[in-house]
Design a protein around this ligand. Structure first.
Ligand code: AMP
Length: 295
């Protein structure tokens, strides 16, 4: 694996790869890598010639200073993991390398209502920060394919929108969420949970499962309320949202027709750690529970 810290040298290296007609697959991450990240790298390796992973904890997407300060950092372990799965390139930039003009002189992106609902409502400015870093990384790497996790469903939709707005020829591929045995979605933030908290955290998966099982007969609003109650009774301290939405628009669904693809999303705190998860619900014959949307 080749490690680059400077944007210009990575860009120069990848320019040569493109000239040699190598397909570049890219996986942006914030590190503290787990099997979920590794699955994206494996998907990239299977679908491209050169796999580039970046690790950068992006300050502009954190609206909570404590969350930023306590975000897990495990660079040495991350490098070993990446080498063990044969990742070709790691980009490990400094803040200056990503934001040469500082973190305040940044572009504003027109994301309409999608940046104001769900995560956007509870993390104001978060998606502007996501777009700032992703735009810069995409300009540096110029990948043919971008591998994203369904775990961050709203983020994936917003990045697709960004790519379309920038008119970049990048195929964004959304990969399924990897889970622990009890169903808890793998997340770098899980490292901040104590053992009892970790056991309780699986309730978010249970709550989503309950909604999914109730969809055929229950009203969405009631299912959301019951799921919120369930989380509060099973170790979660605060629920930001549990929401049944249209999978394309992320608008709330008040009455489901049984056909349109849905996504059920939840965000809730255990102590000061905020976890998110979602299920994709598609009733078309080949679709299965929590499956990826590939394009
Ligand atoms: P992060 O390091 O949290 O910014 O995540 C980097 C990428 O990995 C994003 O596209 C995430 O959606 C994806 N990701 C995070 N957790 C998982 C998971 N459990 N399974 C699959 N992909 C994931």
């Amino acid at each position: 694996m080749i490690l680059f810290r400077q944007a210009a040298s990575l860009h120069f290296y990848l320019e040569k790869q493109r000239t040699n007609r190598n397909l570049i697959g890219f996986i942006p991450t914030m590190g503290a890598l787990h099997a979920g990240h590794e699955s994206l790298i494996t998907a990239a390796k299977e679908n491209s010639d050169i796999t580039v992973c970046s690790i950068f904890i992006n300050p502009t997407q954190f609206n909570n200073a404590v969350d930023f300060e306590k975000y897990p950092v495990t660079i040495s372990e991350d490098i070993l993991k990446l080498e063990s799965i044969d990742c070709d390139v790691l980009f490990l930039p400094s803040v200056n390398e990503i934001y040469p003009n500082g973190t305040t002189a940044t572009t504003h992106y027109d994301l309409d209502y999608t940046e104001l609902v769900l995560e956007g409502k509870y993390r104001p400015g978060h998606f502007q920060g996501v777009c700032q870093v992703v735009h810069r990384l995409l300009e540096i790497v110029q990948p043919h394919k971008l591998f994203l996790g369904q775990k961050d469903y709203q983020q994936s939709l917003i990045i697709k929108k960004l790519i379309a707005q920038l008119q970049m020829q990048i195929n964004a591929i959304i990969c399924p969420t990897l889970r622990e045995k009890g169903g808890l979605a793998m997340s770098s933030r899980n490292l901040r949970l104590s053992l009892p908290q970790l056991q309780n955290a699986a309730a978010i998966y249970e709550a989503l499962t309950r909604i999914q099982n109730g969809l055929a007969t229950g009203l969405p609003q009631q299912l959301e309320e019951h799921a919120t109650e369930y989380l509060l009774q099973h170790g979660f301290d605060k629920v930001d949202y549990v929401s049944i939405t249209d999978a394309k628009t992320l608008l709330p669904v008040t009455q489901w027709n049984g056909n349109d693809p849905l996504v059920i999303l939840a965000a809730a705190f255990i102590g000061e750690v905020r976890l998110i998860d979602n299920f994709f619900v598609d009733t078309t014959p080949l679709a299965a529970h929590s499956q990826p949307i590939l394009n």
